[in-house]
Design a protein around this ligand. Structure first.
Ligand code: CO
Length: 200
């Protein structure tokens, strides 16, 4: 008996469907990737990058972690950004958060969650930077939504401050960094209007 057979069945069905529609698709795909977008999003299973922007394999370079955080010293995320910017020469980096983010909710709670609290610390920092605004929002749900948005804005700032992006702009490479948020309730994306395309 094949382990997780249904998943392999799904995979075959998917590959067959694409091959039927575009017979040379996988042949082309195996030769190179040429994505224009780097997507940095949350690991949440409800926010699958390619699917929600309706783009096929080969179009989006993806990095996901809990609560779409870009930490200055995270070699994993920084390596993804470096490869995307310097080798793939993506034109857009998109930080996409989402409302009802479990990581953001956990960061707002007083109780401990174990190891992950050390990661969520970064979101607590975002809260601290914006405590005045956030503390002024009485409704917990609304405050949480706002922290989800502010978290994206802060991560855009962090990306813009990496040596990788600064160097790209210094050498006039075409590159924009965007902050978006995804509504789980209707599947729609919203631009948070913090797009940055050059050094300040
Ligand atoms: Co999330």
């Amino acid at each position: 008996m094949k382990i997780l057979k249904s998943i392999f069945d799904n995979n075959r069905e998917w590959a067959d469907k694409i091959s039927k529609e575009q017979p040379d698709f996988f042949d082309q795909l195996s030769k190179q990737q040429n994505p224009e977008y780097l997507w940095i999003g949350c690991s949440d299973s409800r926010v699958p990058a390619n699917e929600i922007i309706n783009l096929p394999p080969g179009e989006v370079f993806v990095h996901r972690n809990i609560a779409n955080v870009v930490v200055h010293t995270d070699l994993n995320c920084l390596s993804v950004i470096q490869y995307a910017v310097e080798v793939l020469k993506v034109k857009h980096i998109i930080v996409c958060g989402h409302y009802d983010c479990g990581g953001v909710t956990a960061a707002m709670e007083k109780k401990q969650h174990g190891l992950i609290d050390n990661w969520l610390r970064h979101i607590r920092d975002v809260y601290r930077f914006h405590a005045k605004e956030l503390d002024g929002i009485e409704d917990f749900e609304k405050r949480k939504d706002r922290l989800c948005e502010l978290n994206v804005v802060e991560q855009v700032e962090n990306i813009c401050n990496t040596t990788i992006v600064k160097n790209a702009w210094q050498s006039n490479q075409l590159l924009s960094v965007h902050g978006w948020i995804f509504h789980l309730k209707d599947g729609l994306l919203q631009d948070l209007d913090v797009t940055t395309s050059s050094l300040p």
